[in-house]
Design a protein around this ligand. Structure first.
Ligand code: J2J
Length: 524
């Protein structure tokens, strides 16, 4: 089970009004009453009012109980951006179950890991979507599988609603995925209390009101489109949440025009693509007030292009599924909006910027250091433990290198963790290396990030073959793909080399080797 906040911190967060003892199920009941006839969720397949969403989530909850889901059960949820995601997740919450949020890109290897690590009772997924049979993959991994587009689920969602006991608001509500740096993603336990605080404040900081329209362009299970302010923030404000099946400019612009979208969030490569597409679109984007850019560093040049290209304001977002989320504020001066990744949500987000080699030593104000954080919505431990990621006094080591300005805004300048940020998709070097090392021809592998104009960086695997073997890069990429992993885990580039092309590091740690290779690869 998870490590939770020490009693004195929990008491402080409650006294400050951050944790209010409300569950997500109770929130939806309140929203259903307050905004009954207003549109809550729009997908390609559905358009529900708050009253309809509330009713559907009640039915799904009752149906899940009848199907055998018990309070406390974990259920892996792998759903694309369909309206049913929202009903199913609230249904699980009302049934007292804990969704485990897989991404649509995940495949058998990752799903099996999530089921095993969480001890999941079932997988909730979809049938064939974007040419992949998710239900078939899920069935290879778990005995109990429900596809939201299947007949069994349709029956379940027609169950008569009934009152179910509300779970403990201080208890874990769901498991989110970490970007991971040491292997497969770790599971992040978030409570109703802590997550609702971040959602509520995010909605306020982003200026959401009942007239707002939020477009989820990115996969909605990801922490950013889910909660920063995301679909949950939109619902919290009584606004309309629109789910885009794909994040490309054509799809997004069509929905922005049709639904009069006011705010959406993207990663930097998408922001660049949208800015370019906006120059020649015939769509009316005039409703758009705010484009959030986050998940990876938005460079100055791109930041300056957003406003003029899309006719809206830019908001930078620097967040993590473990907790801490920073936003540039809507009334921040241009210098901060263009040049920083924002400041934390909460006055009680504690920030430490430390010497990367000595977490006990804080760097001088304005100097670059490793970011550590602790606060009312940042976890104190992973579900599947990794004590290394936390200091003894409970600070989460983010692995990000930042500079803190006098205003409290953070500028992300780099990374100390063994992770590649592929345009917002996080790839753990060790995970890709483990897959490559499983190949009989591979003696050693080291995966690093190389600069990429579109993605910011992409993955490059250096592979040393066993004596006499000569695997090709294409073979190795195919091999990794066939192990049943998300496409973003397959290395973009593979360099098969007789020995690592850096001297003096071959026999030391993987970390040093990766650092030397990163320098080597970046030089060309
Ligand atoms: C540089 N690096 C960034 C940024 C995240 C909101 C927004 C994003 C996420 C997210 C999220 C960055 N500039 N603007 O959960 O609620 C990198 C950092 C960070 C890691 C977390 C949210 N925004 N990053 O991206 O859990 O390295 O969350 O530690 O996927 O992404 O990744 P993730």
């Amino acid at each position: 089970m998870s490590t939770t906040w020490p009693t004195e911190f929990a008491a402080r967060y409650r006294a400050a009004g951050y944790w209010r003892g409300q569950t997500f199920g109770a929130l939806l009941t309140a929203l259903g009453a307050a905004h009954a006839g207003r549109t809550a969720v729009v997908g390609d397949d559905a358009r529900w009012t708050y009253a309809e969403l509330d009713d559907r989530a009640h039915r799904v909850a009752a149906g899940l109980r009848d199907w055998g889901i018990r309070p406390g059960d974990r259920v892996v949820v792998q759903l694309p951006n369909v309206a049913e995601f929202v009903a199913a997740v609230f249904g699980l919450w009302r049934a007292g179950a804990l969704p485990v949020f897989a991404l649509p890109a995940h495949r058998e290897t990752e799903l099996r890991h999530f089921v095993t690590q969480s001890g999941a009772a079932a997988i909730l997924t979809v049938g064939v979507y974007e040419r992949h049979d998710h239900a078939a993959t899920a069935r290879a991994v778990a005995d109990r599988v429900l596809a939201v587009d299947g007949a069994e689920y349709a029956d379940l969602a027609a169950t008569a609603p009934r009152g179910l006991p509300d779970p403990d608001p201080a208890g874990v509500a769901f498991l989110q995925l970490s970007g991971g740096s040491t292997g497969l993603p770790k599971l992040i336990p978030r409570t109703h209390d802590d997550y609702l605080y971040s959602v509520r404040e995010s909605a306020r900081i982003c200026g959401l009101r009942p007239q707002s329209v939020y477009l989820a362009a990115l996969p909605v299970a990801h922490n950013y489109p889910l909660s920063s302010p995301g679909v949950l923030g939109a619902l919290h404000a009584g606004a309309k949440a629109v789910l885009a099946p794909r994040p490309d400019a054509d799809t997004a612009f069509r929905l922005i025009e049709a639904e009069r979208v006011t705010i959406t969030g993207v990663v930097p490569p998408l922001a660049a693509a949208w800015a370019q597409a906006a120059a020649r679109t015939r769509r009316d984007l005039s409703s758009l007030e705010t484009l959030q850019v986050g998940g990876a560093k938005c460079g100055r040049e791109l930041a300056e292009r957003i406003g003029p290209a899309l006719g809206c304001q830019l908001q930078q977002v620097f967040g993590m599924a473990e907790g801490l989320v920073c936003y540039t504020r809507l009334d921040d001066p241009a210098a901060l909006v263009l040049g920083t990744q924002g400041r934390p949500i909460s006055p009680d987000d504690e920030i430490r910027v430390t010497d990367p080699d000595d977490p006990a030593v804080e760097v001088a104000p304005g100097e670059v250091g490793a970011l550590l954080t602790r606060g009312p919505y940042t976890i104190r431990g992973y579900w599947d433990r990794d004590a290394e990621a936390f200091t003894p006094d409970g600070f989460y080591r983010t692995g990000d290198l930042v500079r803190r300005l006098p205003s409290g805004h953070l500028e992300v300048v780099g990374r100390a963790k063994e992770q590649i940020n592929r345009g917002g998709e996080k790839v753990a070097a060790a995970e890709v290396e483990n897959h490559l090392m499983a190949h009989p021809d591979v003696l050693d592998a080291a995966v690093v990030g190389v600069p990429d104009e579109y993605l910011g960086e992409r993955t490059c695997a250096y592979v040393v073959p066993v004596a006499g073997a000569a695997p090709s890069g294409a073979d190795l990429r195919r091999f990794v793909r066939r192990r049943g992993v998300a496409a973003f885990t397959v290395p973009d580039l593979v360099r098969v080399v007789p020995e690592f092309p850096v001297t003096g590091v071959g026999k030391t740690s993987k970390r040093e080797l990766r650092a030397a290779l990163t320098a080597h690869a970046t030089k060309g």
